[in-house]
Design a protein around this ligand. Structure first.
Ligand code: SF4
Length: 177
């Protein structure tokens, strides 16, 4: 199975900065107000990129091709899910179908419409939308069998918990400084 799933947003480059090698205490360097502000800015920037790059709610932004030619999109894990109502999330086959026809596949069109409803509902209801972008359709389906649903255990324990922890950490650091 080939999974075409970008790990960084298009056009982004990842640069790693070496730790200070000039004898400074790295812990105090990290905890300095300037450093905390920079970390907060960077975290905000990264979270913005997550929103821009939520490939899981964009059709064909990530594509999975199985060894037998079957093609799926949205959440890569869809290829492993049994879902008769959506033809198991297989939206075409590169071995015997024209790629241009995949978007007209009835199961794809149904999934696309319901995922769009779910993302719109997330946007309306959820205060974490800015750092999530509407979640993972595969988790919505596996937890509720509804692609148009919103909150899942997965988003509560991953996106929401992480965002709360980051906010709490930054707020504690601001009080300390
Ligand atoms: S955190 Fe959950 S409810 Fe909120 S936008 Fe993401 S998937 Fe939707």
């Amino acid at each position: 199975m080939i999974c075409l799933w970008p790990t960084t947003a298009p056009g982004r480059t990842v640069r790693r900065r070496p730790w200070p090698a000039n004898g400074r205490d790295w812990k105090s360097s990290i905890a300095s107000p300037d450093r905390i502000q920079a970390s907060a800015d960077r975290a905000g920037g990264n979270l913005s990129q997550i929103l821009l790059a939520n490939e899981q709610v964009e059709p064909w932004a990530s594509i999975v091709v199985a060894a037998d030619g079957k093609v799926s999109t949205y959440s890569p894990e869809f290829m492993e899910v049994t879902a008769p109502d959506y033809d198991n999330f297989v939206f075409g086959n590169v071995l015997d179908e024209d790629i241009d026809d995949f978007a007209n596949n009835p199961a794809f069109r149904r999934a696309a419409a319901e995922i769009e409803i779910g993302v719109a509902a997330c946007k309306l209801q959820c205060r974490y939308f800015a750092v999530c972008g509407g979640g993972a359709p595969v988790n919505k389906y596996c937890e509720s069998h509804l692609l148009s649903s919103t909150e899942t255990d997965f988003c509560r324990f991953s996106v929401q918990a992480s965002a709360d922890a980051l906010r709490s950490f930054l707020s504690d650091k601001r009080l300390e400084s």
